[in-house]
Design a protein around this ligand. Structure first.
Ligand code: VGL
Ligand code: ZN
Length: 227
């Protein structure tokens, strides 16, 4: 039988992404806790949590751009190492500033079961939704080392949960699939910034090698039996 070595990645389950006080609260964000903790009790070979971890000067904060509004306005981001590589990115309220209460993992998360925490988004010039690397290609910018960590542990399958489904969870899962891992997003363990848009985004993921599954799916039930 082919090896099955699953890893769990809990993306950005932080106060600023959760009601009631988060500056970028995702509807129902805190409600994922039971599913996330249920997964954390399963025999993954590696359990990783990520934190969005921005300096106050971060480029994604609307407040750092004159006259720009969070959620509705976009700006152009440039690869710090190549002025020809640019893309449009959405602006956000100030969130997950390093060392602030909003950047804390939520207390509901059973963080004692997590093996390793990865902090991302620390370069104030670059938006980094994926905990693997920033989106630039020529040349590639920041690599967190996550792909290497998973490969060194012999991981075959990656299960992704956390916040937000349509931003960091999505980008994490797409990069995991690109790195060659069998990749799943567990639906009950995530919530979207734009819930109306999620069904369509979710469909698009299938074409990128990411399966969105439920806690009852064979892909999750498989984790409850010895392997
Ligand atoms: C995220 C927006 C800005 C996320 C992070 O964790 O999905 N979204 N920064
Ligand atoms: Zn962020």
């Amino acid at each position: 039988m082919a090896a099955f070595k699953p890893a769990l990645i809990v993306v950005d389950f932080q106060e600023d992404f959760c009601p009631p006080n988060g500056s970028l609260a995702v509807q129902g964000g805190r409600d994922i806790a039971d599913s996330v903790n249920a997964l954390l009790s399963l025999p993954f070979v590696l359990k990783i949590a990520t934190k969005d971890w921005h300096p106050p000067s971060h480029v994604s904060f609307a407040a750092n751009h004159d006259g720009k509004q969070p959620f509705t306005d976009y700006i152009t981001i440039t690869n710090p190492a190549n002025s020809n590589e640019t893309y449009e990115t959405r602006l956000w309220p100030v969130h997950c500033v390093q060392g602030t209460p909003g950047a804390e993992l939520v207390p509901e998360l059973e963080a004692g079961k997590v093996d390793k925490i990865i902090e991302k988004g620390q370069d104030d010039r670059v938006e980094m939704y994926s905990p693997f690397y920033d989106p630039f290609q020529e040349p590639r910018g920041c690599d967190s080392g996550l792909a290497g960590t998973l490969k060194d542990a012999g991981v075959t399958d990656v299960y992704v949960v956390g916040l937000a489904a349509d931003y960091c969870v999505l980008n994490c899962a797409v990069d995991a699939a690109k790195e060659g891992f069998e990749t799943f997003i567990v639906d009950e363990g995530t919530r979207a910034v734009d819930p109306e848009g999620w069904p369509k985004v979710r469909q698009g993921l299938e074409g990128k090698g990411v399966k969105v599954v439920s806690m009852e799916s064979a892909a999750v039930q498989r984790l409850m039996t010895a392997f």
